[in-house]
Design a binder for this molecule. Structure first.
Ligand code: AMP
Ligand code: ZN
Length: 132
């Protein structure tokens, strides 16, 4: 199996998972733009939104549940939802994924979607999202 995200679904590569249901899993992005940046992906392989018209509806409940989790547990004031479809759109991993990027009024880079905060502690954020 060569697809990185299929291997995460299969448990062959570790990920900081924060949500799972029958159709989708969600895990922290390894290179977050803002604290809590999460990827929601379908369990079954499809390359992108254009590749399979039914995939988005299948993972929609996971997106909604993960958005609620991120705002409630991390105290985000809002979030961005984004999916890159195709290399020309900036896609780097060719297994459909939706970026859920929590946004915080109090943090710097307020207006920048892709500002990387150097001090994001992924393990601490994962703990806050999964404890209790
Ligand atoms: P895209 O450019 O939309 O294809 O985004 C791919 C995303 O996957 C990037 O934000 C990467 O940081 C993220 N990513 C790549 N490898 C991993 C991994 N092993 N675990 C979590 N996120 C990853
Ligand atoms: Zn895949």
């Amino acid at each position: 199996m060569s697809c990185l995200f299929c291997r995460i679904v299969a448990g062959e590569i570790p990920a900081r998972q924060v949500y799972a249901d029958d159709y989708a899993i969600a895990f922290l992005d390894i290179n977050p733009w803002h604290p809590g940046h999460t990827l929601v992906i379908p369990r079954r392989h499809t390359a992108d939104l254009l590749d399979d018209p039914s995939a988005l509806a299948e993972i929609a409940p996971a997106v909604t549940a993960t958005a609620a989790l991120l705002t409630e547990r991390l105290g985000a004031d809002g979030l961005n939802l984004l999916s890159n479809a195709g290399e020309v759109a900036g896609q780097e991993v060719f297994h459909l994924h939706l970026h859920l990027v929590p946004r915080y009024a109090a943090l710097p880079g307020l207006r920048e979607l892709t500002v990387r905060e150097p001090d994001i502690d992924l393990d601490e954020i994962h703990r806050r999202l999964t404890s209790g």
